[in-house]
Design a protein around this ligand. Structure first.
Ligand code: AMP
Length: 582
């Protein structure tokens, strides 16, 4: 591997393993989604993520191969083969059927990373219902908003998280069943709730998968917008083609790989790449219940001999803080390939991989709506540190201007857009077709990100084209936080921005004005932070709150977050012609 100032050039012949994608240009030229689709099973024209990820391996030579090696927070191990995953997910599918769950009903998952979550997700998919994951760090408000919006009828949760569900339960008219995975934490399941273990133990391990077609709903992930409440980006079973193909050519999964994705299953990376890509490729996936810890993470790699590792920039920056000596004290020689997603990966992060693991870190780009990786660095392709890479072979990406016209000149900033029609593209925002339609212009899907493309087709991230905040790889809607703040009796108005942060990329910062009768104090500021934490959860609540006299607004009364941000950062205020007069 040769490192120049600009590029990390790889000698493909010397890589630890011959990559599935030997030449990006050649594969791009010969690419056919139909060819890759033929590598799937699709029995009798059935497209079902549960079948493609689990049953097809369980029914063949991979039956006794470990699909999942689960490590508990305390370090205990449980291993499940594809055959066991099939049996357990079948039990859950039968349990749902007995509860009267129908095709396309929304089944929410609000759980930490435990095996039952994985059984439940695949069981739901096989039953033809829609999997709707929730981030376990959410407070009751985001849980309520999402279940209401999707009219969820079932939630699967744990005793630890149940109080957050109970706090809002009365307001959830659509919710019929609360299934509690109680046996791991101990404790009794309350009357009216259902015990996961009892329910599944009583159910058969045989199940006829519901014959979903390519356009039947599969997964719904909520994502944040600048205005309005979170939107349920709804995906279909056809997405498995994208998961499988990117698993093969971006994740470079080989049959005997041990793979580890550190993303939380409450977000799209945790499902698309924590479940669907590895399992559809039939590899063994490590799932660690524990949270981040530099030492813990290196121990996971060492203990399980992880070969392919998919993580995120915030984690990499935290690992960098812990130093390059620590990884050298572990045997990480199994590692072959490291990737990152979710936020921009700074060039220092890419190169630090060489120092720590003798491997550069490969950035790639995608989002909830795209369902699978769109732009990537590949094992065989030179890396330009700081660039997200080049489009996946079957994907057309471009930089467009505000009229939706492609900008051909290199390194001119514009909006990042993707040509619609790829298999894993979301099909709607649940009950919000208007908003869905607004994401398309002039034959392009508008991503909401700004970027540039260089003369060789590498894409470079510039920033978001909206006010959505990216904190540690999780998108937060300023509107959701503002709504929570103004619910507090002391708050008149609120404006929320993302404030740059060296580790988390951005933190949530709120500016508030007070109602008559309230005056600014440290005590009130703390009270407001507590109020948001209780309702929204720690990851979404503002880390900083500033009480100010007046918020900048347009003449029509809209809070100008852009101006709040410019003032916070000491940047030029730009066009203020629409600013309300004093
Ligand atoms: P989500 O829909 O929650 O997965 O978030 C997607 C958003 O995260 C994208 O639209 C980007 O703003 C950001 N993002 C994801 N991957 C990258 C990356 N590699 N570089 C820069 N930003 C990224």
């Amino acid at each position: 591997m040769v490192t120049t100032h600009e590029e990390i050039v790889k000698d493909v012949a010397k890589l630890k393993r011959r990559p599935n994608l030997e030449s990006w240009a050649r594969l791009r030229e010969s690419w056919s989604w139909d060819d890759v689709t033929r590598e799937l099973d699709l029995p009798g024209g059935m497209y079902n993520l549960g079948h493609e990820c689990i049953d097809r391996h369980a029914n063949g030579a991979n039956a006794n191969k470990p699909a999942m090696i689960w490590q508990s927070a305390g370090g205990a191990l449980e291993t499940y083969t594809y055959a066991q995953m099939k049996a357990e997910s079948n039990r859950f599918a039968n349990a749902l059927r007995q509860l009267g769950v129908q095709k396309a009903d929304r089944v929410f998952f609000f759980s930490d990373r435990i095996p039952e979550l994985y059984f439940g997700v695949f069981g739901t998919l096989k039953a033809g219902a829609i999997v709707a994951p929730l981030f376990s760090a959410f407070g009751p408000e985001p849980v309520k908003e999402r279940i209401q919006r999707a009219e969820g009828s079932v939630i699967v949760t744990t005793p630890k998280l149940l109080p957050k569900v109970n706090a809002i339960r009365k307001e959830l008219k659509s919710l019929k069943h609360v299934i509690v995975i109680a046996h791991r934490e101990g404790g009794k399941v309350a009357d009216g709730d259902l015990d996961f273990k009892q329910l599944t133990e009583a159910a058969s391990t045989d199940f006829d998968v519901v014959k979903t077609g390519p356009e039947d709903w599969s997964v719904m992930h909520f994502t944040s917008g600048t205005t309005g409440l979170p939107k349920g980006a709804a995906h279909v079973h056809n997405a498995v083609i994208g998961h499988y193909a990117t698993g093969r050519y971006v994740l470079d999964l080989h049959p005997d790989d041990i793979y580890w994705c550190t993303a939380d299953p409450g977000w799209v990376t945790g499902t698309s790449y924590g479940m669907f890509a590895p399992f559809s490729n039939g590899v063994t996936s490590v799932i660690d219940e524990g949270g981040f810890g530099a030492k813990r993470w290196y121990e996971v790699i060492q203990r399980h001999k992880v070969q392919v590792w998919y993580t995120a920039p915030t984690a990499i920056r935290l690992l960098m803080k812990a130093g390059a000596k620590l990884p050298r004290e572990h045997d990480l020689s199994s590692l072959r390939y490291v990737m990152s997603v979710g936020e921009p990966l700074n060039p220092e992060g890419v190169v630090w991989g060489l120092e720590a693991f003798d491997l550069p870190i490969h950035d790639n780009w995608w989002q909830t709506e795209t369902g699978a990786i769109m732009i990537a660095n590949y094992p065989s392709m030179p890396i330009r540190p700081g660039s997200m890479g080049r489009p996946f072979p079957g994907i057309d990406a471009a930089i467009i201007d505000d009229q939706g016209r492609e900008i051909a000149e290199p390194m001119v900033e514009g909006v990042l857009a993707v040509k619609p029609g790829w298999p894993s593209m979301f099909r709607t925002y649940w009950n919000d077709k208007e908003r869905y339609d607004s994401r398309f212009q002039n034959g392009w899907y508008i991503t909401g990100d700004k970027a540039k493309r260089d003369g060789d087709g590498y894409f470079w991230f510039v920033g978001r084209d909206d006010d959505v905040i990216n904190t540690a790889g999780h998108l937060v809607s300023p509107f959701e936080v503002e709504s929570c703040l103004i619910e507090h009796e002391a708050v008149a108005e609120a404006g929320v921005i993302g404030k740059p942060d060296p580790t988390a990329m951005e933190i949530v910062k709120a500016f508030v004005t007070l109602n008559d009768g309230y005056s600014p104090s440290e005590e009130l500021r703390r009270q407001l932070i507590r109020h948001c934490r209780e309702r929204l959860g720690a990851g979404t609540a503002p880390r900083e709150i500033e009480i100010i006299e007046r918020l900048p607004k347009t003449r029509s009364g809209k809070i100008m977050r852009r101006l709040l941000k410019a003032r916070e950062l000491g940047l030029p205020e730009g066009d203020t012609s629409t600013l309300e007069e004093d």
